[in-house]
Design a binder for this molecule. Structure first.
Ligand SMILES: [Fe+2]
Ligand SMILES: [Fe+2]
Ligand SMILES: [Fe+2]
Ligand SMILES: [Fe+2]
Length: 394
């Protein structure tokens, strides 16, 4: 399948920002700004396109393991004795991503200080340059909110760097960063969209990847979503597997089956934008809370629609809570607007959700799931034929 892997990673990083912002209050597009500043800095070291591309992906993914770090609603905060876990898990998560080169340590060491006081107390020469660049870009944005472009903020960035040169960041790296990041350059970013800035520095690169490799990348994001709540530990992955099984049963061609797998594994990516107070609530949600929960399908649409070439996947994934009679969300579509593939993802999601334990209910066996789904079909909510096929196949 041909995709722009960095484009996919940048789009999905929106979901990671939501988690990082719950934990440490970073602003919108944090991951993209970290990637952007990293690429600019990487260029001052004459990195090749391939090196810049790997640097940008790792920069956008630097905090990908925060949901696993805080798994099960265990809010560990920033306790330095365990915070390093988000670095090692984060590096493991990207082990199977299709990088151009070796990215060992890029994420593991994104919190190392040059004076050895970082999470793993590494010496400067033990930390890859890319990890040092990501560390600087991350901390500059966390501390100064780079997107808030003004002369005053440039002064804050300079002050922050000056007072941490030789402590957190190597002198020579700060120098490289500032050769590009001059005041004039910084002020020229005002009002620019981060997506445009990123694509100017790192052009979109469509490449052909074996589906197996794409699946591994998508599974990482599915897992990040599932770890957001302790009650959905394998939901995304199970929906993807069952959607694939049904898609094969309907005789779709292999490329469609693969694309439907991606829709299945990413259908709830918008849950990253929903607070854990709602996802983990051990009781039925109030009306307002339920309305808030419903926004996850809208966020799935927002996130996936940023990816070029994902138009069909975006549709199948984000319509999974629509109902044939128009009572679903986020768009309130009716049967005439819902294709067989839209309906299939919706039915499989319901089947999977019914069969899983939730804070307020135990998972149901196949017969009970089918009786609830048949009742929904008879009330004009979901597709009756697909429901019967699920009974035969799952
Ligand atoms: Fe981090
Ligand atoms: Fe960060
Ligand atoms: Fe959902
Ligand atoms: Fe779901």
């Amino acid at each position: 399948m041909e995709i722009d892997m960095n484009g996919v990673i940048f789009a999905l990083s929106y979901a990671l920002d939501k988690v990082e912002s719950e934990l440490i209050g970073v602003s919108v597009d944090h991951a993209k700004w970290v990637a952007y500043m990293s690429v600019l800095t990487g260029k001052t070291y004459d990195m090749s396109f391939e090196q810049l591309s790997d640097l940008a992906s790792c920069a956008a993914m630097h905090d990908n393991a925060l949901t696993q770090y805080n798994a099960g609603g265990r809010d560990r905060g920033l306790d330095p004795s365990v915070f390093g876990l988000h670095c090692t898990i984060g590096q493991d998560n990207i082990a199977d991503f299709p990088f151009y080169g070796d990215v060992d340590g890029f994420i593991t060491y994104h919190h190392e200080n040059v004076d050895g006081t970082g999470l793993f107390h590494k010496r400067d020469d033990e930390v890859p340059l890319a990890a040092k660049i990501i560390h600087l870009a991350d901390m500059v944005d966390v501390t100064c909110n780079v997107k808030d472009v003004s002369a005053g903020n440039y002064k804050s960035i300079l002050n922050y760097l000056n007072s941490n040169t030789g402590l957190m960041f190597p002198r020579e790296l700060v120098h490289h960063f500032l050769t590009k990041f001059t005041e004039d350059f910084y002020l020229s970013l005002k009002g620019r969209s981060i997506n445009d800035l990123l694509s100017e520095e790192l052009p979109h690169n469509l490449r052909e990847y074996p589906f197996d490799q794409i699946r591994k990348v998508m599974n990482v994001f599915g897992q990040i979503v599932d770890y957001k709540s302790s009650f959905t530990r394998s939901h995304s992955f199970s929906v993807a597997e069952k959607v694939t099984k049904m898609a094969r049963f309907y005789g779709y061609d292999e490329s469609t089956v693969e694309r439907m797998y991606i829709a299945g594994v990413l259908h709830d990516i918008g849950k990253m934008a929903v607070s854990n107070d709602i996802l983990e609530k051990p009781a039925k949600l109030s009306k307002t809370e339920f309305a808030y929960m419903q926004t996850h399908a809208w966020y799935t649409y927002v996130i996936l629609s940023q990816i070029n070439g994902f138009e069909d996947i975006t549709e199948w994934a984000s319509l999974h809570h629509e109902k044939l009679n128009g009572s679903g969300y986020p768009f309130g579509k009716t049967g005439k607007d819902l294709s067989e593939k839209d309906r299939l993802v919706a039915c499989v999601d319901i089947y999977q959700a019914l069969s899983e334990d939730r804070p307020y209910k135990k998972g149901m066996d196949h017969a009970k799931c089918m009786s609830i789904m048949r009742d929904m079909a008879s009330r004009g909510l979901i597709d009756a034929r697909i429901t019967e096929d699920i009974d035969k196949k799952l």
